[in-house]
Write a protein that binds this ligand. Sequence first.
Ligand code: TRP
Length: 479
Amino acid sequence: MQRYGFFLYFQTFLHFFLYFCAVTLNKEPMNSDSRATFKSKIGIIMAAVGSAVGLGNIWRFPYEAGQNGGGAFLLVYLICVFVLGIPTLLAEMTLGRMAKTNSVRAFRRVTKHPIFERIGYLGVLSCLLILGFYTVVAGWTFQYMWESVSGGIMGLTTEQFTQSFVDFSTSPFQPIFWTVLMLVITHLIIIGGVQKGIERASKLMMPLLFVLLVVLCVNSLMLDGARDGLTFLFKPDFKAIDSSVILSAMGQAFFSLSLGAGVMITYASYFEEDINMPRTATTVALLDTSVALLAGVMIFPAVFTFGIEPTQGPNLVFITLPNIFAQLPLGGVWSFIFFLLLALASITSLISLHQVVTAYVEEEFKMSNRKAALVVTCLAAVLAVFASLSLGVMNDVRIGGMCLFDLLDYVTAKIMMPLGSLLLCVFMGWRLEKATLISELTNRHTLRWNMIKAFVIILKYIVPILVTMVFVNELGLFN
Ligand code: TRP
């Protein structure tokens, strides 16, 4: 039975693979504008999805869900994606395509207001800080690829898997080696140019990752703990919803969709004028959310089967996955492919983070692309090295009770990105003329979109009020 199941997966996998190869090879013609534009519509969506889908979905979502009560978290998360996420995503895209420049200058190009023209700086800083811990986790995927081929991942007990991850992640050398390698790869792609690098990578790898996740979900659903895992993930305990669950879910929604940091402003600056932005934003959000859900369905049944604590935190996925692969036939092969694709998904996200900071440095300080990228890579490397060390030898150094790694994660996802999104929505809703906004959204009145009124209300009122309420609530001012 086990054997047969395996071949069935493999066959499905192969079909999807061939299908996506066919789609990928079928390229549309190049555009010859002076500012580079994305070659094809599917390329645009894939690059945006490539930025959104990454460790946020597969590493961060399950661990946040695990720490915040599972179903309760998921419910609030989904509400945040639809009520806050999609509108903010669309607002970023609109601004980016209008301004056609880096995310700092974009605001200035549309307004001369002394505060609003500075919103962009917040985003650039967020991206740099995220680079600081994201590359560390992305580096871990390399270690697991290595262990998959060297056999280190097989045949251990749950405790041994956990111990080996802790030993690895707290050691001063190995993780830093992988982290730096990850940064070098990102750097090389960035200096290779917008089109070639980003597009080619995301178009092929994203679909593959999606398919593999589906396969692994099917496998998890056949585990003994499937029922408990699904109950945990999908059955909300309303009593568990408190201010910290809400803040975490909101932060996760912004993080996962790459919002409030100027990524989509930068990407949309490469969009062509006939892109249907409402549809693109919705597609990106739906794909991103499906990947997070798949990751949850893959992880939680295994968590309950192998007796792992769902509240593990950042370790959760890295100690659960080896257990999953260890019980599969040819586990090492599955494990290798999975971590390879996860590494690539992280790279497409890293590219977007790096690109925001690089585009800013390049255009504001009049540097060449190569020089700007080098500056950003070096800054990120310094942050990342300390973030990695902060999990091990420098764990005693605490700021606000957190080590540097946790601090970078907390400050960006739970403060800077919601704040950046709030300011962006206020800006787009209140500073930009409504006629301009509507004309942009409808591609100069050539598109019909019957949600415009709702969208404007969400931008002007709902996002600012909700985000402010979550902040105020978290500060404890309501009690
Ligand atoms: N959204 C990505 C993920 O889920 C991470 C990411 C890429 C990101 N670019 C970003 C997060 C910009 C915040 C801002 O893995």
